[in-house]
Write a new protein. Structure first.
Length: 266
């Protein structure tokens, strides 16, 4: 089949968490263009409804439901799934793009930062996925893509909490994948490096400050260290996510697809 066309996601309902972030937004925008019904969610109400409006203005046929929620709260997770299914039907594809950066070197890492990063990036993602997965089991069909990170494949300086949360998410992806395929549900992850989003810019800025460098100086060093010579764009990650959600990827199971600009080749 052609990987992407105007009918790639007809009759599909994709639920995208973290839609107010760069990767989540691009995934939602492209999915709507490809015919999917989409539910988007995030904690920033103003930004979420602005994204909904942008997608509807650019695509008059878009079928989109926006739901404000905090995935760390059980009530919000339950309400999100109930309302999403009520508005657009059963969820056939889940994109776990919600996440936060931050943290510090281990000796300076606060307990609050550690708990917050692990709670949003891993624990609440697992719990929400569990709820969606149980509904998918009833239909014996579905796809799940977790947005992990290169930091979920190797550790880097000053990144212990974030890296731990993404290693956990990568491991969860693999474990769930071997269980879920028995129910005709595919689970994979994408593992981007530095993506041209606010989260990545903040991470580059923190790294620069540790070396007494400006953001611009540190960005130049980062880009020069990549074989591609540039950061990954959010739409490139979104296209990879959406490929993994299509039937064209029907035998890709439990993988962690790197998007590294050539920086990690193993």
């Amino acid at each position: 089949m052609t990987v992407f066309n105007k009918e790639s996601f007809n009759d599909k309902h994709l639920l995208i968490t973290g839609a107010t972030g760069g990767i989540g937004y691009e995934t939602a925008k492209i999915a709507a263009e490809l015919g999917a019904s989409i539910t988007i969610t995030g904690r920033n109400e103003k930004k979420l409804y602005k994204i909904k409006e942008e997608i509807e203005n650019s695509n008059q046929d878009a079928s989109i439901y926006a739901h404000i929620g905090d995935l760390t709260k059980k009530h919000d997770r339950e309400s999100l799934l109930k309302q999403a299914a009520g508005n657009l039907g059963p969820v056939t594809g889940l994109v776990n793009a919600a996440g936060i950066g931050g943290g510090d070197t281990v000796e300076r890492l606060s307990e609050d930062d550690l708990r917050n990063i692990l709670e949003l990036n891993f624990t609440s993602t697992v719990l929400f996925t569990q709820a969606v997965y149980n509904q998918m089991i009833e239909k014996q069909h579905g796809t799940i893509v977790n947005v992990s990170s290169l930091s979920g494949l190797r550790g880097t300086y000053g990144n212990s909490a974030y890296s731990a949360s993404k290693f956990a998410l990568t491991g969860f992806t693999q474990a769930l994948a071997v269980e879920a395929i028995e129910n005709n549900i595919r689970v994979n992850a994408v593992c981007p490096g530095f993506v041209n989003t606010q989260m990545a810019r903040d991470a580059i800025s923190r790294k620069g400050k540790r070396q007494n460098r400006s953001f611009e100086e540190q960005l130049k060093i980062v880009e020069e260290g990549l074989p591609s010579g540039r950061l990954t764009e959010p739409e490139e990650v979104a296209n990879t996510i959406l490929f993994l959600l299509t039937d064209a990827a029907s035998n890709i199971i439990g993988e962690s697809v790197k998007i590294s600009g050539g920086s990690v080749m193993r």
